[in-house]
Design a binder for this molecule. Structure first.
Ligand code: SF4
Length: 371
């Protein structure tokens, strides 16, 4: 249950892009205008940690209660892991990432230019204008370092390329249960959106979607929420324990199913797409909206329980959890909250908790979950 041709790694993709004369933008989580970077010939390669790096170099600069995504990213940078990149983009998803942006600008000062990107915390017209202006400001900074000035037509072409890739990404999510992919293979494919050029991702997604459907995967249907499914061995472990992930609200994947924009102004359109994405605590979405979204996804996919799989010390996630979990329980959807550090292997404790949760969900009458 793997795609016919193996998906290239981040390193292979980065090397191939550079060999063609392109530049690389290292991008911290979570929301940013991919199309803008591509219009300047920069391939966005996202930095979700990465997992399993020596955390010591970053730890010297950060408080011990900063999450391992930020800690590992800093360690990775200080150990030369981002040496092949030309610019670093730090979206303001949370206080920890904003802190990292300031640290890079004022103290660490890496060789590459560092550009923060501020995200509004609402969806009003003023939020849209603010984010469109942020995209315009980023355009000016990128123009200054690359010497390029993409036209409106080029920007719109770049936006449409990303919209097409995101449409296919959404279709993969919609049809995930009948795709001939294991959960692990599915996440390898959808997470390739974090670094593959949009057109290459689109070709791979289309190849899977155009193939014959498989029988629906068996297993207790689960909705996976949280930040990022690391270590990825988690997904095979869940399948072995009798679970099947049928819906996704992860920051790295399901919360970035951006719909196409409508504006003919490229900057407004980039902003529109991000703000109209699924609810996300890092964009300040109200808890009631998140709850409606999760319950709706569970109803549509048949998910009978929710696994919140978080990175330790993630404040945006922790703020919402008590009310969110209570609301889910009232809607007949049990949940479990698991916290991990990106440097830890998949622990026996995590597996035991998920196994116990699966047993509990499987033993609960299905009507309960449809209440
Ligand atoms: S895991 Fe949470 S705290 Fe860490 S960077 Fe992501 S949103 Fe911020």
């Amino acid at each position: 249950m793997e795609p016919a041709s193996p998906i290239p790694s981040r390193t292979q993709t980065l090397r191939a892009w550079k060999e063609q004369g392109g530049g690389i933008a290292a991008v911290l989580p979570i929301h940013y205008p991919r199309a803008l970077l591509r219009a300047f010939g920069l391939l966005p390669v996202e930095v979700w940690g990465p997992p399993r790096v020596d955390p010591a170099p970053g730890a010297a600069h950060l408080q011990p209660y900063v999450c391992s995504i930020v800690g590992n990213a800093l360690s990775f940078l200080l150990s030369g892991g981002l040496d092949g990149t030309d610019v670093i983009i730090v979206p303001h998803a949370c206080d920890s990432l904003q802190g990292l942006g300031s640290l890079l600008l004022d103290f660490v000062r890496p060789r590459q230019p560092v550009f923060p990107l501020y995200l509004p915390r609402g969806r009003r017209e003023s939020d849209l204008q603010f984010l469109a202006d942020e995209c315009r400001a980023l355009y000016e900074k990128l123009a200054a370092i690359t010497g390029r000035a993409p036209s409106e037509v080029e920007l719109m072409k770049s936006i449409r390329r990303e919209e097409e890739a995101d449409g296919l990404l959404a279709e993969l999510h919609r049809r995930r249960r009948v795709l001939p992919l294991s959960d692990l293979a599915f996440y390898r494919l959808v997470r390739a959106r974090e670094y593959l050029p949009a057109e290459e991702f689109a070709a791979r997604a289309r190849a899977v979607l155009d193939g014959p459907p498989a029988d629906p995967r068996p297993g207790v249907p689960l909705l996976l929420s949280g930040i990022v499914p690391e270590p990825m061995a988690l997904l095979d472990a869940v399948a072995e324990m009798g679970g099947a992930v049928v819906a996704d609200d992860l920051a790295c994947s399901g919360r970035r199913l951006y719909p196409p924009g409508t504006s003919t102004d490229p900057f407004r359109r980039m902003a529109e797409r991000i703000l109209n994405g699924p609810p996300d605590p890092t964009r300040g979405s109200p808890i009631a909206e998140r709850l409606r979204h999760l319950v709706g996804m569970a109803r549509e996919s048949g998910a009978r329980g929710v696994v919140f799989y978080d990175v330790k010390f993630c404040e945006p996630e922790l703020f919402d959890l008590p009310l969110l979990r209570r609301g889910l329980q009232e809607a007949g959807l049990p949940s479990v909250h698991i916290e991990v550090d990106l440097n830890d292997p998949l622990s026996g404790q995590t597996l035991t908790r998920i196994e116990a949760f699966l047993e509990m969900v499987a033993g609960q009458p299905a009507e309960e979950a449809r209440r």
